[in-house]
Design a protein around this ligand. Sequence first.
Ligand code: C2E
Length: 281
Amino acid sequence: AKADGKSRWALYDPERNAREVARFTLSATMPAALERDEFYVDYQPLVRLEDSTVVGVEALVRWQHPEFGRLAPDRFIELAEETGLIVPLGRWVLRKACEQARRWLVEFGDSAPFVSVNLAVRQSRDPELVRDVRRILDECELPPTHLQLELTESAIMGTADEPLEALRSLSDMGVRIAIDDFGTGYSNLAYLRHLPVHELKVAGSFMEGLRAADGADPVDAQIVATLVQLAHALDLTVTAEGVETPAQAERLRRIGCDAGQGWFFARPGPPEDIDRLLHGD
Ligand code: C2E
């Protein structure tokens, strides 16, 4: 009876109603927001654990909403996927990120970091994807090797042939392909070797067990160590996400993980934050 009462009450839940209204408002105003330049991109470094070099930089989109303030992607990416706006929004992020990567390339030459951009499922299935990426790279005068595209396991595994073909073309061009949040989905590990993938990004959820200086969770540590071994056997690089403490970074380094990303190194921020890191100040 309690559950019944609860679900009936949920129909009139004012908070839920407010959330629905907010969702509706957000999705309705998103196209105009893109025109009005309300979106912007923050950057977070991927740091090589061996020598603390910034090898890559992830582009993370945000929405400076005139009414709701600064919105994290969790608030609007799913909506953008539902409405299809993710395709133009994703293209906009890609262009921004490539323009920024070009600036780093001009300033730092070959040692400039690659820029890593999230690709939503819908984008990965967009027939224009390869053409769009090629055009943006051309227009930004960015070598394909300075771009990485991050796809989730579900976007990349068990996909139909066409999106996989697109990823192959991109990979053949020299664009790096990474699997995001690795370890949280249902990856067919054997299948990995047939995919055009260069990097695994191990999900932050595994870092919890590596947190303490002593008494780290042996299972999490073993999972990460195994993923690193597997990745290296397949000639892939590994970045650990969500690294928050020096103990985690040190453990990951000893496990042989290539790079780390997380608050321990830097929070996501404006490109000037990355400039300072690259200048070593
Ligand atoms: P992701 O690709 O897994 O990005 C990493 C997320 O982890 C970011 O959240 C980042 O702020 C957060 N993070 C970084 N370091 C730490 C840490 O040490 N501890 C913890 N707890 N979190 C950390 P953010 O910026 O909120 O982005 C969330 C997700 O939204 C991203 O997850 C990505 O899936 C998606 N996203 C962001 N930008 C884009 C985009 O341009 N296109 C698409 N399709 N998705 C995007």
